[in-house]
Design a protein around this ligand. Structure first.
Ligand SMILES: [Zn+2]
Length: 301
């Protein structure tokens, strides 16, 4: 799934390509990507004709296309959703699902989605912040992102650091790739308990996540699979700069130790076993001090 830098690349491409343009017609070629619009595909198309796009916006991995009347089209990129800006006479790429035509002619906006986990929906009143996105935390690129408050929220959690980084309500935009890269940069194992992080280390890992995502954005994002492309159909090249993600067996860029891949939340985590050591096992419950007269039987099987 695209993470913050990849979605921001798409947002910027759309900002340059659709802002201020009036829609004349919408054509839904497959109903599945507009399934969240309950009145149906025809209603989706009819209700957008004649409206004008404002500048596309983003929070974390969530993207929406505001309309100048205060509503918005919410875009769920899912696993394989793409936007393309193409001349009307250019052939449709495979899996083109929705077309937007404009009063000023070319280019058309085309929504392409191979696997169709994503889609488009109309968000009434959603131009500023769609209700569907309101529960998502601010991302580190947001001018109103508060690092000290995010550090405090992180340290108040009782979970592992990587799970916390992936929690989009805590800080949004970070997925598996940039979590692994940030943890490597901060020399932290993914299982480090958040409540045991000093303020300085929690700040360091969030700062590392911000820096690695900023660097990825400068490279046009990470093309982790062929489904991710920008609005021109080309992909980013940050994958050449990844230190650990997808680098199993390759030397750690810092110490040369082979990178290890481990199962994590039904996916994988990549880390340097030397730079990112596992936290010491917590003391077993049987080691807790006993009060006189307390039962000596352990509840630990
Ligand atoms: Zn290392």
């Amino acid at each position: 799934m695209p993470e913050l830098p990849e979605v921001e690349v798409v947002r910027r491409g759309l900002a340059a390509g659709i802002t201020g343009r009036r829609i004349t017609a919408v054509e839904v070629l497959h109903p599945r990507p507009v399934r969240r619009h309950l009145p149906g595909a025809d209603d989706f198309a009819a209700s957008l004709a004649g409206r004008t796009f404002a500048e596309p916006r983003r929070r974390g991995k969530y993207l929406w296309l505001p309309l100048t009347d205060g509503d918005a089209v919410l875009a769920h990129l899912g696993m394989s959703g793409q936007f393309r800006l193409d001349p009307a006479d250019a052939p449709l790429v495979p899996n083109t699902r929705v077309l937007f035509r404009f009063a000023d002619g070319d280019p058309e906006l085309r929504f392409v989605d191979q696997r169709m986990f994503g889609g488009l929906s109309l968000s009434p009143g959603g131009a500023e912040l769609p209700a569907e996105v309101a529960h998502i935390g601010r991302d580190p690129f947001d001018p109103e992102f508060d690092l000290a408050a995010a550090v405090a929220r992180l340290r108040a959690k009782r979970t592992g650091i990587k799970r916390a980084l992936l929690d989009q309500q805590l800080v949004s935009g970070i997925g598996n790739i940039y979590a692994d890269e940030a943890l490597w940069a901060a020399r932290l194992h993914y299982a480090w308990p958040t409540q045991a992080l000093t303020r300085a280390r929690a700040t360091a890992v969030l700062t590392a996540a911000t820096e690695v995502m900023r660097s990825a954005l400068g490279h046009g994002g990470t093309s982790f699979d062929s489904l991710y492309v920008n609005v021109n159909g080309s992909s980013g090249y940050f994958d050449r700069s990844l230190a650990v993600y997808g680098q199993e067996g390759r030397p750690c860029p810092r110490c040369g130790t082979p990178i290890r891949r481990e199962p994590f939340m039904n996916r994988s985590s990549f880390r340097c076993p030397r730079c990112q050591r596992a936290p010491r096992a917590q003391a077993p419950r049987t080691a807790a001090p006993r009060t006189p007269g307390a039962r000596t039987g352990s509840t630990v099987g």
